[in-house]
Write a protein that binds this ligand. Structure first.
Ligand SMILES: *[C@@H]1O[C@H](CO)[C@@H](O)[C@H](O)[C@H]1NC(C)=O
Ligand SMILES: *[C@@H]1O[C@H](CO)[C@@H](O)[C@H](O)[C@H]1NC(C)=O
Ligand SMILES: *[C@@H]1O[C@H](CO)[C@@H](O)[C@H](O)[C@H]1NC(C)=O
Ligand SMILES: *[C@@H]1O[C@H](CO)[C@@H](O)[C@H](O)[C@H]1NC(C)=O
Ligand SMILES: *[C@@H]1O[C@H](CO)[C@@H](O)[C@H](O)[C@H]1NC(C)=O
Length: 470
């Protein structure tokens, strides 16, 4: 067992030192229009744009065999259950930027232009990690752990006792490998250990495999192991590769770790493919105070419309954006714009990040439809923002925004993904971000995915969207 002065502990420390961050990152604007159909406004009550502090359990119940309940770790349905933990817009932006930065680093995008992500040199030692959680069972006897699921990372890990390098606070008792009869350390010669070496830091300690993964806003270092993973009572996976993290940080809002839904052989879809055929889907609820679902395998919804996963990125789920419309009018954006750097869909980035040219066109078209409301100066870089405080009791007409993906897939963004209450009703902003250049990857964030069932049919190389998923 590693003690604070033992070689294993020094290795853990060293591993941490090896982990690092880096990053990379112009402008134009055109708008033209083509009206397609009739009413393209959401008429919503201003107050419905504000977060609720009560957990709403009335959502559709999922009867699928392999379905887990998904809750926002910020909302009142989370294990931490503390509505005070709802992040401010500035926090959302900060943690998003850290994540976007790390996603881009992983893609080793090399752009000499200095973008917005570089300007803010603030290092925040522990920020929250944007995302949604599910509870899964680990060990024998099984214990349940709330893990943040993440399509942008591969390894599933939880904090492990004895937390020699330090653990962050979590709501549930930490996983203790000595209390599980199915826990096994992996040797350095094992395939998973070789595989983790390709995508993160890997070291050996007396033949035992050590791993280290750095996230945009946190890290985990520990032992690579196999353990029994229980998704549902009938879906039990023995010898599932996990990270047993003995040195972790990042204030994951009280959750116990991550569930990696990425594309590598060590990610959950690949490890469970014999049963689930590399297929999973989720629905993120419109409100943080209600639940959605994360489902594995089974039948694909007939309602889902599919777009191919691009071959551009091997680490991430890349999609081809074909266009954007505001209030039913397609923005005049050159089709090649989105192809330049490409787009990824991510469950862990909150906002949607667009190339400058697309963002400017979107922002202008949106403002043209919002002239009945009072523009206000945004904070945290949001623009445009509106002051709805005089409209607290009136319906507000918010123009529909749709994102089109290759293959004729149209995703009509739920109103909860169009505007974000940044400072109560005094400042409600367009919930999209400007990449500040046309060269960086775009990210289709989780706010804009809400209410759709998003189906990852990895085996067929497709991502589908079905309306009314939760
Ligand atoms: C896993 O490896 C660590 C470090 O060598 C050791 O302390 C622990 O006892 C091992 N656990 C098992 C179950 O072998
Ligand atoms: C508008 O869309 C219709 C149908 O898609 C098309 O026939 C027409 O050429 C478009 N008009 C403009 C100005 O793009
Ligand atoms: C990144 O770009 C800079 C400036 O264009 C260049 O000097 C550097 O060699 C590039 N690095 C990589 C790894 O491609
Ligand atoms: C602005 O308000 C007027 C009066 O209520 C209404 O007729 C008009 O359609 C609104 N314009 C937009 C763009 O919503
Ligand atoms: C917005 O900011 C600009 C420049 O900082 C300032 O001149 C203007 O008065 C502000 N407008 C409002 C409505 O606060």
């Amino acid at each position: 067992m590693a003690t604070p002065t033992s070689p294993a502990f020094l290795l853990l420390l060293l591993l941490h030192v090896f982990l690092f961050l880096l990053c990379s990152s112009k402008k134009g604007h055109t708008v033209s229009a083509n009206r397609t159909t009739k009413n393209h406004f959401h008429n919503v009550h201003a107050n419905s744009l504000l977060p609720s502090s009560v957990c709403d359990q009335s959502n559709k119940v999922f009867n699928r065999a392999s379905s887990l309940k998904v809750v926002s770790k910020y909302g009142p349905c989370s294990v931490t259950g503390d509505p005070k933990t709802f992040p401010s817009a500035a926090e959302i932006v900060l943690q998003d930027e850290l994540r976007v930065k790390s996603l881009r680093t992983r893609l080793s995008m090399n752009s000499s232009t200095t973008g917005v992500l570089d300007e803010k040199k603030t290092t925040i030692p522990s920020t929250r990690y944007g995302g949604y959680t599910v509870a899964v069972g680990l060990g024998t006897p099984k214990k349940d752990f709330s893990l943040i699921f993440d399509t942008g990372s591969d390894l599933t890990w939880t904090q492990c006792e004895p937390c020699l390098g330090g653990c962050f606070p979590q709501k549930e008792e930490k996983f203790d490998p000595t209390k599980s009869t199915s826990y096994k350390n992996l040797s350095c010669l094992s395939e998973p250990c070789k595989s983790i070496a390709k995508e993160s830091v890997q070291r050996c300690s007396s033949g035992t495999c050590l791993y280290g993964v750095q996230y945009g806003s946190g890290f985990t270092v520990g032992f690579l192991a196999t353990e029994t993973l229980t998704i549902t009572p009938s879906d039990v996976f023995e010898n599932f590769v996990i990270g047993c993290g003995e040195k972790n940080d990042g204030k994951f809002s009280g959750e116990a770790g991550l569930l990696g839904l990425g594309r590598s052989s060590i990610a959950l879809p690949s490890q469970t493919s014999s049963k689930y055929k590399n297929l999973f889907s989720y629905c993120l609820p419109a409100s943080l105070s209600s639940a959605g679902h994360l489902s594995f395998g089974g039948e694909v919804s007939n309602a889902a419309k599919f777009t191919p996963i691009t071959t551009k990125f091997k680490e991430f789920y890349g999609l081809d954006v074909a266009g954007i419309s505001v209030e039913g009018r397609k923005l005049a954006i050159d089709a090649s714009l989105f192809k330049t750097a490409g787009t990824i869909i991510d469950s862990g980035t909150t906002l949607t990040y667009l190339p400058s040219t697309a963002y400017s066109a979107l922002s202008s078209a949106f403002q043209e439809q919002m002239t009945n409301y009072t523009l206000t100066n945004g904070t945290s870089g949001f623009q445009p923002c509106y002051d709805f405080s005089k409209h607290a009791n009136d319906p507000i007409a918010i123009p529909q925004i749709s994102i089109f993906f290759e293959g004729g897939v149209e995703v009509d963004i739920d109103v909860s993904g169009i505007m974000l209450a940044v400072n109560g009703l005094k400042e409600v902003c367009l919930a999209f971000r400007d990449n500040r250049n046309d060269k960086d990857i775009s990210i289709f964030g989780n706010l804009q995915q809400k209410t759709y069932e998003v189906v990852y049919d990895v085996a067929k190389g497709m991502v589908g969207f079905a309306r009314g998923g939760c």
